[in-house]
Write a protein that binds this ligand. Structure first.
Ligand SMILES: Nc1nc2c(ncn2[C@@H]2O[C@H](COP(=O)(O)OP(=O)(O)OP(=O)(O)O)[C@@H](O)[C@H]2O)c(=O)[nH]1
Length: 734
């Protein structure tokens, strides 16, 4: 082996700094630290100081607000033991593939083929988890109910068509009734033949979905059918996603027990039905207790009474409301609810595709009362809402028709009535109905008809106060005219109808149109000029004695501006949709406009309210008359001079009698003048003719010259263009 001599040069590899590993990381960190330190030196603390105290205050308040929002009470899931099956509501427009998806999921979990989907389907999806699939009915009622019991909402969207109104409506309803988990599923994607187009559509729909829910919301793609079913792999993925999903309790449901009925039995004795088909029925409803425990009521001993009350409630509110004050059933318990004396229509028209939802309410919520809500008309709803027009509201478990009064709070805290809901703004809505606690979401629709022409959600709201009637006022203007005037006092008629009314307005401020302010004193007495029309009769009622700051005229109009309280109609009408076939449209109270349209009635016109053209006659002013004595005292400069004398007779012009020679001369002059005029006229005419002919020639010439110029310009441009192209080509070749 040759030993290299010391004199021989060793060839070393040049050092390569480490790119990865712990030593490289260490170096990176030291570098970073150094860079930070150097940057700190250049940091100018003054550059980020506040310049304005208002801005600082605003920023600070915003920071505290943010902090407060973070410090909310966490919602705790108080359910104990095995939870009830989670409800997976499958929603989508007609023929989008809802039933098929449920069938595919059921097949995945149970290996069973389902022929049809009628009502909730419960399956076991894991050791700790059961699921209940419900197909959301396609009408507003069904959607309102489904939003109340859904733990997960699968929104099916036809990819080949895009989003449809129902999806947006359902999302809106979900948002109001506590937002459960939402997942989008795109179907009908096999209808795309072009891969690029499919990719673009998926991207577009995903982003639209995200803007509606939140960025990153889960959207599944079902790419097509294999043997009439969705692809196994895709269903498997979707099922896994559902199986591991975490659920958070929603505030309304955490405080209210409810049962989604998955089995319905009519247990009326057959002989009773045989005797009278329309007799009241006894029914049994089966379902899991959800939300919170059905508390053990103190009224348990009065159980018969409660049952009666429950039956009454059932009759009143049907499927939405049943008072559950029996022994405390835990959530997750499978309950058998027997309800007696239910109208036979409910049994006759029962449709398993529209599952019954039995909701429990707490003690304060059993009565009807006034409710105040902060309401906003949906920006997609085309019309404004009119005060006292009936709308259907979904509050808590209930659905009913009511007639709200809209109002807005003025700066001084007064609630002023609004005839119509404002644009892009919240307003207050006061209505009468079964009570729901503050913070409960409210969805309003105008009708539950299935016309898909427009967006059906009219407004959304949140309950602010309940069982408390806020005073709502509206402005009134009383107008009257004086009937007698004494110095600064006047008797005003037509403003009030009775002396009692005057007593209510004593001391009220009034004003004339010309701006003279005054005050209502008392009803006018007889001795003050309010004489009875007949002798011995009574003094006229409703004539008020008012005082003014100045004397008013008989032609003055006096008005009084005041506020009067508006009564909120005590009306509500529960929706009895469960008592009629599902294809019938529930008809509640109609709006005035609807009634007018139906009966072909014109809108009444108040003639006084119409605008008329204003006629202003030119005013005639009398000349100023200066008394003679004053005129005499005035200096000459300001004395009225050169005034036409009144009644001045025209002066007689003496007739001029001409001498014969003068007459001849005058005749001659007239003749010469006449000849001159005729000559001038002729000259002007010829000049005019010449000018017109000349102008014609000039216009012709100008037209020709313009044309020539245009041709020239065109030729020039063409040449320039050719030259340019030539140079480009030459450059390209070289
Ligand atoms: N090509 C194709 N057809 C589909 C797809 N999804 C569903 N379908 C078909 O669409 C039709 C309607 O499906 P359903 O599951 O009955 O739809 P649905 O939403 O339950 O319909 P309704 O209950 O009437 O509202 C069926 O014939 C399905 O085979 C899909 O992704 N691609």
């Amino acid at each position: 082996m040759a030993v290299p001599s010391s004199s021989q040069e060793q060839s070393h590899k040049s050092h390569r700094s480490r790119q990865a590993g712990p030593s490289a990381e260490k170096k990176d960190q030291t570098k970073k630290r150094k860079r930070d330190a150097s940057q700190e030196k250049t940091h100018n603390p003054k550059a980020f100081a506040f310049n304005s105290s208002t801005k600082a205050k605003r920023l600070q308040s915003r920071a505290t607000e943010k902090e407060q929002r973070r410090l909310h009470v966490p919602t705790i899931d108080r359910t104990i033991g095995e939870p009830a099956p989670y409800v997976i509501v499958v929603h989508g427009p007609p023929k989008v593939g809802k039933s098929l998806l449920i069938k595919s999921l059921v097949k995945h979990y149970t290996k069973h083929n389902l022929t049809e989907v009628r009502g909730p389907i419960t399956i076991v999806s894991g050791k700790q988890r059961r699921l209940q699939f419900v197909e959301c009915p396609n009408d507003v009622n069904g959607m309102l109910d489904a939003a109340k019991y859904a733990d997960v909402a699968l929104l099916l969207i036809d990819g080949s068509y895009g989003f449809e109104m129902e999806t947006f409506e359902f999302l809106n309803i979900l948002q109001v009734h506590g937002f459960p988990k939402v997942m989008g599923v795109l179907t009908h994607l096999d209808e795309f033949k072009d891969v690029k187009k499919l990719r673009k559509t998926k991207q577009r729909l995903k982003h639209r979905f995200w803007t509606e829910i939140y960025d990153g919301a889960k959207l599944f793609y079902l790419s097509g059918l294999i043997n009439g079913r969705y692809a196994k792999r895709e269903v498997h993925n979707l099922a896994r996603f559902i199986s591991v999903m975490k659920f958070h309790p929603l505030s309304w449901r955490a405080a209210h027990p409810y049962v989604l009925v998955d089995r319905f039995e009519d247990v009326t004795p057959p002989e009773k039905v045989h005797m009278d088909k329309k007799c009241d029925r006894n029914i049994i409803l089966y379902g899991y207790v959800r939300g919170c425990n059905i508390k053990k009521g103190t009224k348990l001993k009065e159980e018969v009474e409660i049952r009666k009350q429950r039956n009454i409630d059932e009759l009143k509110d049907l499927d939405e409301l049943t008072r559950l004050e029996i022994e405390g059933f835990r959530t997750g318990t499978y309950l058998r609810l027997e309800v007696h004396d239910v109208p036979y229509e409910m049994v006759q028209n029962f449709d398993p595709c529209h599952p019954v939802l039995v909701g429990g309410i707490s003690l304060g919520e059993e009565n009807a009362g006034y409710m105040q809500a902060r309401l906003k008309r949906h920006r997609w709803h085309r019309k404004v809402l009119k005060t006292r027009d009936p709308i259907i509201v979904s509050v808590g478990w209930r659905r009913y028709q009511t007639t709200p009064i809209y109002a807005i709070e003025d700066i001084n805290g007064r609630h002023r009535m609004l005839k119509y809901t404002p644009e892009h703004m919240h307003c207050l809505a006061m209505f009468w109905g079964p009570l729901a606690p503050p913070n409960t979401g409210v969805v309003a629709v105008q009708s539950v008809a299935n016309n898909q022409a427009a967006f059906r959600i009219t407004a959304t709201a949140v309950v602010l106060e309940f069982n408390h009637a806020t005073k709502i006022v509206k402005k009134i203007k009383l107008v009257g005219t004086p009937c007698k005037i004494f110095k600064k006092t006047a008797l005003i008629k037509d403003m009030f109808t009775s002396n009692l009314e005057i007593a209510r307005f004593e001391g009220a401020a009034i004003r004339t149109v010309s701006g003279i302010r005054g005050q209502v004193k008392k009803a006018a007495k007889e001795e003050l000029g309010n004489k009875p029309q007949r002798k011995g009769g009574q003094a006229r009622e409703g004539i008020a004695r008012c005082t003014f700051e100045d004397r008013i005229l008989m032609s003055d109009i006096v008005f009084l501006r005041a506020w009067t309280q508006v009564e909120v109609p005590r009306f509500f009408n529960p929706l009895t949709t469960a008592l009629q076939p599902r294809d019938h449209i529930w008809q509640g109270m109609k709006t005035v406009a609807e009634l007018r349209r139906e009966h072909n009635l014109p809108i009444p016109v108040n003639k006084d309210s119409l605008y008329k053209p204003i006629e202003r006659k030119p005013r005639k002013f009398n000349p100023t008359v200066i008394p003679k004595a004053l005129q005499a005292a005035l200096p000459f400069g300001t004395k009225p001079k050169d005034l036409p004398r009144k009644n001045k007779k025209p002066e007689k012009i003496p007739a001029v009698i001409l001498e014969p020679g003068e007459r001849k001369a005058r005749a001659l002059l007239t003749q010469i003048q006449l000849l001159k005029n005729a000559k001038m006229k002729k000259k002007k005419e010829t000049e005019n003719k010449k000018r017109i002919a000349h102008e014609k020639v000039k216009a012709k010439e100008e037209l020709i010259s313009k044309k020539r110029q245009r041709e020239e310009r065109k030729g020039r441009y063409r040449e320039e263009d050719k030259a340019k192209k030539r140079t480009i080509r030459r450059n390209a070749e070289s």
